[in-house]
Design a binder for this molecule. Structure first.
Ligand code: PHE
Length: 348
């Protein structure tokens, strides 16, 4: 090889290195030119065949070539071409941070509720979001003229004879409560039943800080052929309150009305923040309303073909958002649906 050819080879090699698109290409060129069997070491081995007087100049040129190739390869590794990647790992680069995932507050409340009632022998039952008029209203002793059946309150999917009439039991709607799962459970089982039913519910509410057209409830139902009393209901809800909100929380019942329970109550928890003394969270009352409940109405038993003289039971239903908001101090229900990680991180 003449010096001229050598210079040409060098120019070619540097151009190839400059054009290398990725780390693998850089490595291939390293092997080709300066690897153990590369072309530059081969030239060095062949030095003995170069005429003696040319050897110093030739040797110097080969060494210069080698140095330039190595410098070009190193530069390529440090600053890879666009789309390329570093051939070696740079231990001084900052590590990649993976955010650990966390359970959404609503999922946490549901899981926690299932755990607490699981201790009491309750299992989790499920039902569809799309319900029939029979399951959501009729069998729950809610007559057609009841305001909750109104088109202004309920999302009806089909309104065949509804305009002006009573419709049929099969008319479909987005369930307004999880109580229809009570009906499904009783139609499919024999007493005793002991279930909780978490799920989505829908009402034609305008969204604001405390309302959402789509929210979540957890229903509870206990029916037995042994006598079941309001005191049983109260003790179970008191246990739930302490487990969910803290040891000092107590429960109070206020008389209320639901078509499917008799007697019916609204359930308050003593305020877990001020311990009942009165604060901004409980609006100075010392109590926070959390659930509706009562003893299953005999008419509901008749709708599912159970004899009210042979069975008795209680039911309750509470809003998951409501529990999450008071437990975690969330002032606006919309925060639960916006999926802003800055908010979710604080709760996790
Ligand atoms: N379904 C009722 C509601 O949405 C709550 C409730 C459930 C009341 C069970 C009594 C018994 O308001």
């Amino acid at each position: 090889m003449t010096l001229e050819e050598l210079e040409k080879g060098k120019a070619e090699s540097l151009a190839e290195i400059a054009a290398a698109a990725d780390a693998a290409a850089v490595e291939r060129l390293r092997v080709k030119y300066v690897g153990r069997n590369g072309s530059i070491p081969a030239l060095i081995k062949g030095m003995k065949d170069v005429p003696k007087e040319e050897r110093p100049a030739f040797g110097k040129a080969v060494q210069a070539w080698r140095a330039e190739v190595e410098a070009a390869l190193a530069a390529k590794v440090a600053a890879p071409a666009a789309g390329g990647s570093s051939a070696t790992l740079d231990p001084t680069l900052p590590g990649r941070w993976f955010e650990p995932g966390a359970e959404h507050p609503l999922s946490r409340v549901i899981a926690e509720t299932a755990r607490i009632f699981g201790h009491l022998g309750f299992t989790v039952a499920d039902g569809p979001d799309i319900e029939t008029r029979f399951n959501n209203f009729t069998a729950l002793n809610t007559p057609p003229h009841h305001p909750s059946q109104d088109r202004r309150d309920t999302f009806w999917l089909e309104t065949p004879e509804f305009e002006g009439g009573e419709g049929t039991p099969e008319d479909l709607l987005l369930r307004t409560q999880t109580s229809p799962v009570q009906i499904r459970t009783m139609l499919q089982n024999k007493p005793p039943v002991r279930v909780i039913c978490p799920g989505r519910t829908y009402r034609r509410d305008t969204t604001d800080a405390t309302h959402s057209a789509n929210f979540h409830q957890i229903e509870g139902l206990y029916v037995d052929s042994k006598p079941v009393s309001l005191a049983d209901l109260k003790s179970v809800l008191a246990y739930f309150a302490r487990e969910m909100m803290g040891d000092s929380v107590t429960v109070r019942f206020r008389p209320h009305f639901f078509p499917f329970t008799e007697p019916s109550v609204e359930v308050d928890f003593s305020c877990h923040v001020c311990k009942g003394k009165g604060c901004a969270v409980c609006k100075q009352s010392g109590w926070i309303e959390v659930a509706g409940a009562g003893m299953v109405d005999p008419r509901v038993f008749r709708f599912v073909g159970w004899n009210p003289d042979e069975v008795s039971g209680y039911a309750f239903g509470f809003g998951v958002e409501r529990i999450a908001m008071i437990k975690y101090g969330i002032p606006d229900i919309r925060w639960l649906y916006e999926n802003d990680v800055r908010f979710l991180e604080q709760i996790a």
